[in-house]
Ligand binder design. Structure first.
Ligand SMILES: [Zn+2]
Ligand SMILES: [Zn+2]
Ligand SMILES: [Zn+2]
Length: 356
Protein backbone atom coordinates (compact mmCIF):
# COMPACT_ATOMS: atom_id res chain seq x y z
CA UNK A 1 0.00 0.00 0.00
CA UNK A 2 1.48 3.25 -1.10
CA UNK A 3 0.22 6.50 0.31
CA UNK A 4 1.72 9.77 -0.88
CA UNK A 5 5.12 8.25 -1.51
CA UNK A 6 5.13 6.44 1.82
CA UNK A 7 5.05 2.69 1.38
CA UNK A 8 3.87 1.31 4.66
CA UNK A 9 4.74 -2.26 5.39
CA UNK A 10 3.73 -1.81 8.99
CA UNK A 11 3.77 -4.91 11.09
CA UNK A 12 3.08 -7.43 8.34
CA UNK A 13 4.80 -10.28 10.06
CA UNK A 14 4.04 -9.42 13.66
CA UNK A 15 1.42 -12.10 14.00
CA UNK A 16 3.84 -14.69 12.70
CA UNK A 17 6.56 -13.64 15.10
CA UNK A 18 4.77 -13.45 18.42
CA UNK A 19 7.03 -12.54 21.29
CA UNK A 20 8.67 -15.47 22.93
CA UNK A 21 10.88 -14.38 25.77
CA UNK A 22 13.48 -16.76 27.09
CA UNK A 23 13.91 -18.76 23.89
CA UNK A 24 17.32 -19.84 22.63
CA UNK A 25 19.53 -16.78 22.35
CA UNK A 26 23.01 -17.84 21.31
CA UNK A 27 24.98 -14.64 21.50
CA UNK A 28 21.95 -12.49 20.98
CA UNK A 29 23.61 -9.14 21.34
CA UNK A 30 23.87 -8.93 25.10
CA UNK A 31 20.14 -8.54 25.56
CA UNK A 32 20.11 -7.66 29.24
CA UNK A 33 18.08 -4.48 29.64
CA UNK A 34 14.77 -5.13 31.41
CA UNK A 35 11.80 -4.83 29.08
CA UNK A 36 9.87 -1.59 29.46
CA UNK A 37 12.99 0.53 29.77
CA UNK A 38 13.45 3.39 27.32
CA UNK A 39 15.69 2.66 24.31
CA UNK A 40 19.20 3.95 24.90
CA UNK A 41 21.85 4.85 22.35
CA UNK A 42 24.69 2.58 23.36
CA UNK A 43 28.19 3.62 22.33
CA UNK A 44 29.32 1.47 19.41
CA UNK A 45 31.27 -1.08 21.41
CA UNK A 46 28.80 -1.52 24.26
CA UNK A 47 26.33 -4.39 24.58
CA UNK A 48 23.23 -3.83 22.52
CA UNK A 49 20.05 -2.60 24.16
CA UNK A 50 17.33 -5.24 24.15
CA UNK A 51 14.65 -2.67 23.42
CA UNK A 52 16.02 -1.05 20.27
CA UNK A 53 16.77 -2.36 16.78
CA UNK A 54 20.33 -3.30 15.86
CA UNK A 55 22.40 -4.55 12.95
CA UNK A 56 24.68 -7.61 12.89
CA UNK A 57 27.40 -7.50 10.21
CA UNK A 58 27.20 -10.92 8.51
CA UNK A 59 30.00 -10.32 6.03
CA UNK A 60 32.55 -7.77 4.84
CA UNK A 61 34.19 -9.34 1.74
CA UNK A 62 33.77 -8.53 -1.95
CA UNK A 63 31.45 -10.85 -3.91
CA UNK A 64 34.05 -13.63 -4.20
CA UNK A 65 34.68 -13.87 -0.44
CA UNK A 66 37.95 -14.39 1.41
CA UNK A 67 39.54 -16.88 0.84
CA UNK A 68 38.75 -16.43 -2.84
CA UNK A 69 38.23 -19.27 -5.31
CA UNK A 70 41.56 -20.50 -6.65
CA UNK A 71 43.75 -17.85 -4.98
CA UNK A 72 46.93 -19.43 -3.66
CA UNK A 73 48.60 -16.21 -2.65
CA UNK A 74 49.21 -15.21 0.97
CA UNK A 75 45.96 -13.21 1.17
CA UNK A 76 43.94 -16.41 0.86
CA UNK A 77 46.28 -19.18 2.00
CA UNK A 78 46.68 -17.35 5.34
CA UNK A 79 42.89 -17.17 5.67
CA UNK A 80 42.62 -20.89 4.94
CA UNK A 81 45.15 -21.61 7.69
CA UNK A 82 43.54 -19.18 10.16
CA UNK A 83 39.74 -19.01 9.76
CA UNK A 84 39.71 -15.87 11.94
CA UNK A 85 41.15 -14.09 8.88
CA UNK A 86 38.39 -15.31 6.57
CA UNK A 87 35.60 -12.91 5.61
CA UNK A 88 32.16 -13.73 4.28
CA UNK A 89 30.50 -11.74 1.50
CA UNK A 90 29.08 -8.32 2.44
CA UNK A 91 25.70 -8.50 4.16
CA UNK A 92 23.80 -7.18 7.19
CA UNK A 93 21.08 -8.62 9.40
CA UNK A 94 18.85 -5.97 10.94
CA UNK A 95 16.96 -7.11 14.03
CA UNK A 96 14.15 -5.62 16.09
CA UNK A 97 14.10 -7.26 19.53
CA UNK A 98 10.86 -5.47 20.38
CA UNK A 99 8.84 -7.84 18.23
CA UNK A 100 11.32 -10.47 17.04
CA UNK A 101 11.46 -9.41 13.40
CA UNK A 102 14.60 -9.34 11.24
CA UNK A 103 15.57 -8.28 7.72
CA UNK A 104 18.52 -9.17 5.52
CA UNK A 105 20.46 -6.62 3.47
CA UNK A 106 21.94 -8.42 0.44
CA UNK A 107 21.57 -12.16 0.02
CA UNK A 108 25.00 -13.65 -0.61
CA UNK A 109 26.36 -17.03 -1.74
CA UNK A 110 27.48 -17.38 1.92
CA UNK A 111 23.87 -17.25 3.13
CA UNK A 112 23.88 -20.64 4.88
CA UNK A 113 26.87 -19.82 7.05
CA UNK A 114 25.62 -16.28 7.60
CA UNK A 115 22.24 -17.41 8.91
CA UNK A 116 24.17 -19.54 11.41
CA UNK A 117 25.96 -16.36 12.51
CA UNK A 118 22.52 -14.73 12.75
CA UNK A 119 21.12 -17.56 14.87
CA UNK A 120 19.46 -16.21 18.02
CA UNK A 121 19.16 -12.68 16.60
CA UNK A 122 17.03 -11.20 17.90
CA UNK A 123 16.53 -13.14 21.14
CA UNK A 124 12.79 -12.55 20.96
CA UNK A 125 12.39 -14.25 17.58
CA UNK A 126 9.97 -17.16 17.38
CA UNK A 127 11.97 -20.00 15.82
CA UNK A 128 9.91 -22.98 16.92
CA UNK A 129 8.09 -25.36 14.61
CA UNK A 130 9.36 -27.22 11.58
CA UNK A 131 9.81 -24.24 9.25
CA UNK A 132 9.58 -20.85 10.93
CA UNK A 133 9.86 -17.83 8.62
CA UNK A 134 13.55 -17.25 7.99
CA UNK A 135 13.27 -13.48 7.62
CA UNK A 136 10.68 -10.72 7.52
CA UNK A 137 12.13 -9.04 4.48
CA UNK A 138 15.05 -8.70 2.10
CA UNK A 139 16.68 -5.52 0.81
CA UNK A 140 18.94 -6.03 -2.22
CA UNK A 141 21.41 -3.43 -3.52
CA UNK A 142 21.97 -4.84 -7.03
CA UNK A 143 22.22 -7.90 -9.26
CA UNK A 144 25.88 -8.87 -8.90
CA UNK A 145 26.46 -12.40 -7.67
CA UNK A 146 27.64 -11.52 -4.18
CA UNK A 147 24.51 -9.51 -3.47
CA UNK A 148 21.72 -11.78 -4.69
CA UNK A 149 23.33 -15.17 -5.47
CA UNK A 150 22.02 -16.49 -2.13
CA UNK A 151 18.44 -16.22 -3.38
CA UNK A 152 18.96 -19.72 -4.81
CA UNK A 153 18.95 -21.03 -1.21
CA UNK A 154 15.41 -19.70 -0.76
CA UNK A 155 13.82 -21.78 -3.51
CA UNK A 156 12.06 -25.13 -3.52
CA UNK A 157 15.31 -27.11 -3.52
CA UNK A 158 16.32 -25.63 -0.16
CA UNK A 159 14.53 -23.42 2.41
CA UNK A 160 11.43 -22.76 0.26
CA UNK A 161 10.49 -19.43 1.79
CA UNK A 162 6.91 -18.23 1.50
CA UNK A 163 5.93 -14.69 0.48
CA UNK A 164 9.12 -13.01 1.61
CA UNK A 165 8.87 -9.23 1.01
CA UNK A 166 11.85 -8.41 -1.24
CA UNK A 167 12.70 -4.75 -1.78
CA UNK A 168 14.42 -3.99 -5.08
CA UNK A 169 14.38 -1.24 -7.69
CA UNK A 170 11.85 -1.55 -10.54
CA UNK A 171 14.64 -2.51 -12.98
CA UNK A 172 15.93 -5.23 -10.65
CA UNK A 173 12.35 -6.47 -10.12
CA UNK A 174 11.78 -6.68 -13.89
CA UNK A 175 15.01 -8.69 -14.24
CA UNK A 176 13.97 -11.15 -11.52
CA UNK A 177 10.49 -11.57 -13.04
CA UNK A 178 11.80 -12.18 -16.55
CA UNK A 179 14.79 -14.46 -16.05
CA UNK A 180 15.36 -17.96 -14.73
CA UNK A 181 16.22 -19.25 -12.24
CA UNK A 182 15.00 -16.19 -10.31
CA UNK A 183 11.60 -15.98 -11.97
CA UNK A 184 10.56 -19.29 -10.45
CA UNK A 185 11.01 -17.71 -7.01
CA UNK A 186 8.64 -14.96 -8.08
CA UNK A 187 6.11 -17.22 -9.83
CA UNK A 188 5.90 -19.53 -6.81
CA UNK A 189 5.40 -16.49 -4.57
CA UNK A 190 8.50 -17.23 -2.55
CA UNK A 191 9.67 -13.66 -3.11
CA UNK A 192 7.05 -10.89 -3.08
CA UNK A 193 8.77 -8.12 -5.02
CA UNK A 194 8.27 -4.63 -3.58
CA UNK A 195 9.58 -1.90 -5.84
CA UNK A 196 11.71 0.67 -4.15
CA UNK A 197 12.78 4.00 -5.57
CA UNK A 198 14.61 6.95 -4.03
CA UNK A 199 11.96 9.03 -2.27
CA UNK A 200 9.97 6.00 -1.08
CA UNK A 201 10.23 5.32 2.64
CA UNK A 202 9.68 1.76 3.87
CA UNK A 203 8.27 2.03 7.35
CA UNK A 204 9.06 -1.21 9.21
CA UNK A 205 8.02 0.34 12.55
CA UNK A 206 7.11 3.95 13.39
CA UNK A 207 10.75 4.56 14.42
CA UNK A 208 12.46 2.20 11.95
CA UNK A 209 12.51 3.18 8.29
CA UNK A 210 14.55 2.30 5.23
CA UNK A 211 15.07 4.32 2.04
CA UNK A 212 17.46 4.10 -0.88
CA UNK A 213 19.40 6.23 -3.34
CA UNK A 214 20.94 5.25 -6.67
CA UNK A 215 24.65 5.16 -7.39
CA UNK A 216 26.67 4.60 -10.57
CA UNK A 217 27.97 1.02 -10.85
CA UNK A 218 28.43 -1.67 -13.52
CA UNK A 219 24.71 -2.14 -14.04
CA UNK A 220 24.47 -5.11 -16.43
CA UNK A 221 21.22 -6.58 -15.07
CA UNK A 222 19.93 -4.07 -12.52
CA UNK A 223 20.68 -0.59 -11.29
CA UNK A 224 22.45 -0.16 -7.94
CA UNK A 225 21.36 1.49 -4.69
CA UNK A 226 22.69 2.31 -1.25
CA UNK A 227 20.35 2.03 1.75
CA UNK A 228 19.75 4.51 4.56
CA UNK A 229 18.33 3.00 7.75
CA UNK A 230 16.64 5.45 10.09
CA UNK A 231 16.53 3.93 13.59
CA UNK A 232 15.15 5.27 16.89
CA UNK A 233 18.61 6.33 18.14
CA UNK A 234 21.00 6.03 15.20
CA UNK A 235 20.94 6.09 11.41
CA UNK A 236 23.09 3.80 9.28
CA UNK A 237 24.29 3.92 5.66
CA UNK A 238 24.92 0.69 3.73
CA UNK A 239 26.73 1.30 0.42
CA UNK A 240 28.82 -1.74 -0.53
CA UNK A 241 29.27 -1.04 -4.26
CA UNK A 242 29.87 2.14 -6.26
CA UNK A 243 32.19 2.89 -9.20
CA UNK A 244 34.08 5.92 -7.85
CA UNK A 245 33.11 8.79 -5.53
CA UNK A 246 33.91 11.24 -8.39
CA UNK A 247 31.68 9.28 -10.77
CA UNK A 248 28.85 9.81 -8.26
CA UNK A 249 29.60 13.57 -8.08
CA UNK A 250 29.35 13.87 -11.85
CA UNK A 251 26.32 11.61 -12.27
CA UNK A 252 22.64 12.42 -12.53
CA UNK A 253 20.33 9.46 -11.93
CA UNK A 254 18.39 9.14 -15.20
CA UNK A 255 14.83 9.08 -13.85
CA UNK A 256 15.07 11.01 -10.58
CA UNK A 257 17.56 13.89 -10.47
CA UNK A 258 16.86 14.49 -6.75
CA UNK A 259 17.90 10.90 -5.89
CA UNK A 260 16.23 11.03 -2.47
CA UNK A 261 18.36 14.06 -1.57
CA UNK A 262 21.67 12.18 -1.91
CA UNK A 263 23.98 13.41 -4.69
CA UNK A 264 27.40 12.78 -3.13
CA UNK A 265 29.00 10.43 -0.63
CA UNK A 266 29.49 13.33 1.80
CA UNK A 267 25.73 14.01 1.79
CA UNK A 268 25.06 10.36 2.57
CA UNK A 269 27.60 10.38 5.42
CA UNK A 270 26.13 13.59 6.83
CA UNK A 271 22.68 11.96 6.92
CA UNK A 272 23.74 9.12 9.25
CA UNK A 273 25.68 8.17 12.39
CA UNK A 274 27.34 5.03 10.99
CA UNK A 275 28.46 4.67 7.35
CA UNK A 276 29.38 1.23 5.95
CA UNK A 277 30.94 2.04 2.57
CA UNK A 278 32.72 0.48 -0.39
CA UNK A 279 36.37 -0.25 0.45
CA UNK A 280 36.85 -2.95 -2.20
CA UNK A 281 40.48 -2.27 -3.08
CA UNK A 282 43.20 -0.57 -1.09
CA UNK A 283 45.16 0.82 -4.04
CA UNK A 284 45.66 0.67 -7.78
CA UNK A 285 47.66 -2.27 -9.11
CA UNK A 286 46.69 -4.80 -6.45
CA UNK A 287 45.13 -7.20 -8.96
CA UNK A 288 47.95 -8.69 -10.97
CA UNK A 289 47.24 -9.33 -14.63
CA UNK A 290 43.89 -7.54 -14.76
CA UNK A 291 43.03 -3.93 -15.53
CA UNK A 292 41.35 -2.34 -12.54
CA UNK A 293 39.51 0.03 -14.91
CA UNK A 294 37.15 -2.87 -15.75
CA UNK A 295 36.08 -3.13 -12.14
CA UNK A 296 35.99 0.43 -10.82
CA UNK A 297 35.57 0.98 -7.07
CA UNK A 298 36.95 3.75 -4.86
CA UNK A 299 40.41 2.74 -3.65
CA UNK A 300 40.65 3.09 0.12
CA UNK A 301 43.78 5.20 -0.48
CA UNK A 302 41.63 7.63 -2.54
CA UNK A 303 38.92 7.59 0.13
CA UNK A 304 41.41 8.44 2.90
CA UNK A 305 42.53 11.42 0.84
CA UNK A 306 39.01 12.51 -0.05
CA UNK A 307 37.69 12.26 3.50
CA UNK A 308 40.77 13.75 5.19
CA UNK A 309 39.29 17.29 5.21
CA UNK A 310 36.09 16.09 6.95
CA UNK A 311 35.76 16.85 10.66
CA UNK A 312 36.91 14.00 12.93
CA UNK A 313 33.29 13.27 13.90
CA UNK A 314 32.40 12.61 10.23
CA UNK A 315 35.46 10.39 9.65
CA UNK A 316 34.68 8.45 12.84
CA UNK A 317 31.41 7.29 11.21
CA UNK A 318 33.21 5.52 8.34
CA UNK A 319 33.70 1.75 8.14
CA UNK A 320 35.12 0.21 4.95
CA UNK A 321 33.46 -3.01 3.82
CA UNK A 322 33.17 -5.16 0.63
CA UNK A 323 36.91 -5.88 0.90
CA UNK A 324 38.52 -7.74 -1.99
CA UNK A 325 40.75 -10.67 -1.03
CA UNK A 326 43.71 -8.69 -2.37
CA UNK A 327 42.96 -5.71 -0.10
CA UNK A 328 45.84 -5.31 2.37
CA UNK A 329 43.50 -3.52 4.82
CA UNK A 330 41.57 -6.79 5.22
CA UNK A 331 44.44 -7.96 7.45
CA UNK A 332 44.03 -6.48 10.93
CA UNK A 333 47.12 -4.54 12.05
CA UNK A 334 48.72 -4.54 8.57
CA UNK A 335 50.21 -1.19 7.45
CA UNK A 336 47.15 -0.62 5.21
CA UNK A 337 44.78 -1.32 8.12
CA UNK A 338 46.87 1.02 10.30
CA UNK A 339 46.62 3.73 7.64
CA UNK A 340 42.80 3.56 7.83
CA UNK A 341 42.73 3.68 11.62
CA UNK A 342 45.38 6.40 11.68
CA UNK A 343 43.13 8.50 9.42
CA UNK A 344 40.34 8.26 12.00
CA UNK A 345 38.26 5.69 10.07
CA UNK A 346 37.66 1.94 10.46
CA UNK A 347 37.84 -1.36 8.63
CA UNK A 348 34.60 -3.27 9.25
CA UNK A 349 34.75 -6.78 10.71
CA UNK A 350 32.36 -9.72 10.36
CA UNK A 351 30.21 -10.12 13.47
CA UNK A 352 30.31 -6.46 14.49
CA UNK A 353 27.02 -5.11 15.84
CA UNK A 354 25.60 -1.59 15.79
CA UNK A 355 22.68 -0.39 17.90
CA UNK A 356 20.22 1.72 15.91
ZN1 LIG B 1 29.83 -6.42 -4.85
ZN1 LIG C 1 43.62 -14.03 -2.35
ZN1 LIG D 1 28.65 -4.88 -7.78
Amino acid sequence: MRTGGLLVIGLLATAATALLHGCAADGAGGASVASGEEPVAAPLDEPLPSQAPYVVVLGTAQDGGLPHLGCERDCCSEARRDPARARRVTSLLMCDPRDGRRWLFDCTPDLRAQMELGRGHPATREMEGPRPPLLDGLFLTHAHMGHYGGLLELGREAYAVKELPTFVTPRFAAFLRANGPWKLLVEEQRLMLRELDPGIVIELAPDLRVRCFRVPHRDEFSDTVGFLIDGPNRDLLYLPDIDKWEAFDAWTPPDDPANGGIRSIEQAIAAVDIALIDGCFFADGEIAGRSMKEIPHPFIRESLERFAPLPAAEREKLFFTHLNHTNAAATVDSPAWQAVVGAGMHVLDDGRTFGL
